[in-house]
Design a protein. Structure first.
Length: 187
């Protein structure tokens, strides 16, 4: 058991070191201009590949989009990236997403994800929290092919809908549970 605890501690230390080294922190985040440019491109890609996203955007109070999230891992996994919160098409804030996980995983992958805030209370929760952990607070529904077939603006009654898109690379176990979202102030 002691060997297991030492191994786990070493793996977590490696994950945290990798996260700090590889993923942007508020002090080294990409510029506002670069994040906005990446978000514009990613938003267009999402709308072209997923018509439901364009439909929900018309009803959403705001959209938080992370255009490039890098996930890598071997037993211990880390992921992170920067994005922008948009209300009525205008950027109103910049955010960082980061998570670490432990388990059977190996590989590297880049993807984007968008969170469509459908209620004022969910949006307030994001703005008022010092850092929001997805899975705690407002309910999030990840939209996959099954959900997309039955969802319309009439049936969209959840607080937040998540779309994962533009996946590149090989990595099993992609998810958002446990991901921390924090407001940043890039240059």
């Amino acid at each position: 058991m002691t060997t297991y605890i030492r191994s786990l501690t070493a793996a977590l230390a490696l994950a945290l070191t990798t996260m700090v080294t590889v993923f942007p922190t508020p002090a080294t985040a990409a510029s506002k201009l670069q994040i906005d440019s990446d978000v514009d491109v990613a938003m267009q890609q999402l709308y072209e590949s997923t018509p439901l996203a364009r439909m929900l955007a018309k009803e959403a109070k705001a959209i938080l989009l992370f255009p490039k999230v890098l996930k890598m891992g071997f037993i211990v996994g880390v992921q992170g990236g920067n994005g922008a919160l948009r209300e009525q098409g205008m950027t109103v804030g910049y955010y960082n997403t980061v998570s670490a996980s432990y388990g059977l995983q190996a590989g590297i992958q880049e993807f984007g994800y968008a969170l469509f805030f459908m209620s004022d209370s969910a949006l307030r929760y994001l703005k008022n929290s010092g850092g929001w952990e997805i899975g705690v607070g407002p309910s999030v529904v990840v939209v996959d092919a099954g959900v997309a077939k039955s969802l319309t603006t009439t049936t969209a009654r959840k607080e937040i809908y998540a779309f994962i898109f533009s996946q590149k690379g090989l990595m099993a176990g992609l998810g958002l549970q446990g991901t921390k979202v924090t407001r940043i102030d890039p240059d």
